[in-house]
Design a protein around this ligand. Structure first.
Ligand SMILES: *Cc1c(COP(=O)(O)O)cnc(C)c1O
Length: 427
């Protein structure tokens, strides 16, 4: 066994695939709920803690509603994401709106839902005032620049397009106060898929020090800080997950050391995690269709990069298991490929796997389960090459399965084409 869990047996999958043909995403509600509770328990040591789930990681209102029931808010960055959160009943200050290069319409929508607007730039203060008005509660996003070391996916902060510089931040809060803002928050987001606890503690420490300086220099007592997202998950079987309790204790230690002496012992803490909330509780379930032997051996699946692009885009590792063959020796080395006309459409490269049965050689073919796709999985999909994205299923706590998004059809693909205009075009 490799330590990577999949909640259904091969027999249960066979039955499920008769109702819902592969490929499909499967999410585990119970796993998500238990994880949400672990997060809230760990961070209950802060005066007011809120996790605003990053909607972009898994933009499905069923999931948002589950998380809202556990006490989570949402973090949105676009108009449709605001609609999704609203649909799931997440409104007002439970909504963070962390956008950048923001169109006026999106600020207006965020304001109309009472979301906490998190400004990405100093110039957006005037823009927001003109387009939607300055709210009483406002947050600013800080880019610590060279103060903070880089991270593999997100890169170096000083090369990132996001946030205010330090100087702009002080000017920004003063200007916002002049324009009528009364409650203030501070945000940063400097990591992606970061497993090192110390990296996240350091991020919080930078914000705590800044909060103390803002109080000292401007006389502004921040209401909360938001340390953003970026907590990693163990994609590879040998990796260890971030221990929430230990992370919270580390942040609490910095909190006591920096904020208590500064008279900020009531500062709230917020996060906008995505990946670590749902990532490990989603699987892409496919069938092996073809085997091909040229200079390498390939296993061809019924899913492709349109369904999951992280391996093709980042070279990301996603663990693969074959239900029913979990304990078989990994005797074959192959590339696991999708059907896109792009050579980087590979879910795994030179991966050691058990001998896989493919449908083209008779039978239905083995199931191929791709792990840890519950965040930034289907959400990143696309329609290039006329590929239609697969649907999403939810495994309920009692063991029943419901479809929460159907697979796309050719009609969906054609829905945005001007078919009426086309009838008279070049007759
Ligand atoms: C993507 C994103 C998140 C979530 O990041 P994870 O790595 O999924 O935790 C949170 N906040 C902002 C502003 C983001 O862009």
């Amino acid at each position: 066994m490799n330590g990577k869990r999949f909640p259904l047996s091969r027999e249960q999958l066979e039955a499920l695939s008769r109702r819902f043909p592969t490929p499909f995403y499967l999410y585990d509600e119970e796993g998500i709920r238990e994880n949400a509770r672990r997060i809230l328990r760990a961070f209950a040591c802060f005066p007011s803690y809120k996790e605003h789930f990053a909607v972009k990681a898994l933009p499905n209102p069923f999931i948002l509603k589950i998380l809202a029931a556990e006490g989570f808010g949402a973090d949105c960055s676009s108009y449709p994401e605001l609609l999704l959160a609203d649909m799931a009943g997440i409104q007002g200050e439970d909504l963070m709106f962390t956008s950048n290069e923001t169109p006026a319409l999106e600020y207006q929508k965020a304001r109309s839902l009472g979301a906490v607007v998190n400004l990405d730039d100093f110039t957006h203060i005037d823009y927001l005032e003109k387009q939607a008005g300055i709210p009483k509660l406002i947050s600013c996003r800080y880019n610590p620049g060279p103060l903070k070391g880089g991270n593999a996916i997100i890169g170096k902060p000083e090369e990132a397009k996001y946030g205010f510089t330090r100087e702009q931040l002080f000017q920004g809060y003063a200007l916002l106060r002049d324009k009528g803002a009364e409650r203030f928050a501070l945000h940063t987001m400097v990591a992606s898929n970061e497993l090192r606890e110390e990296y996240h503690i350091e991020t919080a420490r930078i914000l705590f020090v800044l909060a103390a300086e803002i109080k000292e220099k401007l006389g502004i007592t921040l209401e909360f800080i938001n340390t953003g997202g970026g907590v990693g998950i163990p994609y590879r079987p040998g990796e260890a997950a971030v221990d929430y309790a230990s992370l919270a204790a580390g942040i609490r230690h910095a909190y006591d050391a920096i904020l208590q002496p500064a008279g900020l012992g009531n500062l709230g803490l917020r996060t906008e995690w995505g990946r670590t909330v749902t990532g490990p509780y989603g699987w892409l379930v496919c069938r092996a269709v073809h085997r091909k032997r040229i200079y390498r051996e390939y296993i061809g699946l019924d899913a492709c990069m349109a369904d999951l692009m992280r391996p093709g885009l980042y070279g990301a590792y996603h663990h693969i298991t074959i239900p029913g063959k979990e304990d078989d020796p990994a005797t074959e080395t192959c590339d696991v490929a999708g059907s896109l006309c792009e050579n980087n459409d590979k879910f795994a490269i030179q991966r050691k796997l058990p001998k896989i049965a493919v449908a083209a050689e008779g039978g239905t073919g083995d199931f191929v389960v791709i792990h840890d796709v519950g965040a930034h999985g289907r959400a990143m999909g696309f329609n290039y090459n006329g590929k239609l994205r697969c649907g999403e299923l939810l495994l309920r706590p009692g063991g029943s399965v419901i479809q929460i998004r159907r697979p796309e059809t050719p009609e969906d693909y054609f829905a945005t084409l001007e078919q009426e205009t086309f009838k008279d075009f070049l007759p």
